[in-house]
Design a protein around this ligand. Sequence first.
Ligand code: ADP
Length: 444
Amino acid sequence: FVFLSGTTKQVENGTNVEGEEKEDKAAQSLLNKMIHTSLVNTTNQVEVLQRDPNSPLYSVKTFEELRLKDKLLKGVYDMGFNRPSKIQENALPMMLAEPPQNLIAQSQSGTGKTAAFVLAMLSHVDPTNKWAQCLCIAPTYELALQTGKVIEQMGKFYPEVKLAYAIRGNKLDRGAKLQEQIVIGTPGTVLDWCSKLKIINPKKISVFVLDEADVMIATQGHQDQSIRIQRMLPKECQMLLFSATFEDSVWKFAERVVPDPNIIKLKREEETLDTIKQYYVLCSDKEEKFTALCNIYGAITIAQAMIFCHTRRTAGWLAAELTKEGHVVALLSGEMTVEQRATIIERFREGKEKVLVTTNVCSRGIDVEQVSVVINFDLPMDKDGNADNETYLHRIGRTGRFGKRGLAVNMIDSKHSMNILNQIEEHFNKKINKLDTDDLDEIE
Ligand code: ADP
């Protein structure tokens, strides 16, 4: 037996900073996958760039139009899908077209990307052929498992199609030939299976999926491995790449691994401060901020509230103090496992707790739509101590669609935090009024 984990680990460790950042991104992605039990709503239009601008642009409004095998259609309906999501309307006809077309697709987490490429892989497979035909790579072990679950679920009524996991710990003999038609794994192990161990014949792969490209490229090693895998595939292999975000670096990488692509993009809903009442409370230190928070607690818990702290330590302290006062609060903190975090967010969404104390890093990218009160126990700032306007907007802002009225309270306890507040006011060109916590008529 050969231990397949060695190579992956070495690369993953890379440099420390890179490693941490990647873990952070990967953990956020996983968390998003776990908490998105339904589609994210969007009113934005999909942007489509066709490789051949003269070919007709197909879009489907129903799954029937895709002429899927009955077993697959059954799987889709069994998952509770009634109609294709925004991105699926365009992506599915492209992915299922003959001859195959390459695709780069970008949209935020929860918009139906995974379901789309899983359906494409399942449709392309020939179950009578007992070899690997579809290859999907994901940045981490956990993300690969998560996608694997979707493949198993959607393929529930298509048992002839088998799935293999190319992940660390899954030991196979050198030269053993894989019988499974779909392989999901991490780049290191997949590369080993394709080259060193020859368990997969890359020349027989007809669909290649690269998921979570933005997380993938956060590790240099993964980027190189992905490119090496891609180079072993036949020219006519369909290449599909998915990403939640699209910085330049993701784009450059995408262009390297997906030749002649169609491109689909779905913008996030714009966030706005227009429907938010913003206040600040002046205090002298952390303890006074706590007292002020207790004073407004009754008013804020009419709705659901999120309280943001700068560090895990403050968040932990604050949650403990609030609990001592007899309040029921949930704490979301960085040292928790992704599973623990997912449970806490789920409970909060269900309204089991009305107040969630958290740090910024922990909650970045998580949408909790029903929150209408946000307390910045610490104001968001960047590494240099300047106002982090983007994070402020993301914490407080509402999307056009969920444009209910909201309330934001910023706690100020120093010249520095007042300075940040002023920067935020200036940036958004919106005045933030002082709140007197002894007289709460204003916010009620
Ligand atoms: P992404 O990969 O973009 O994060 P997913 O494919 O994981 O999105 O979909 C997000 C959630 O929406 C999942 O719970 C998934 O089961 C569900 N979902 C996906 N497509 C549909 C659809 N067409 N109709 C209803 N729910 C869907």
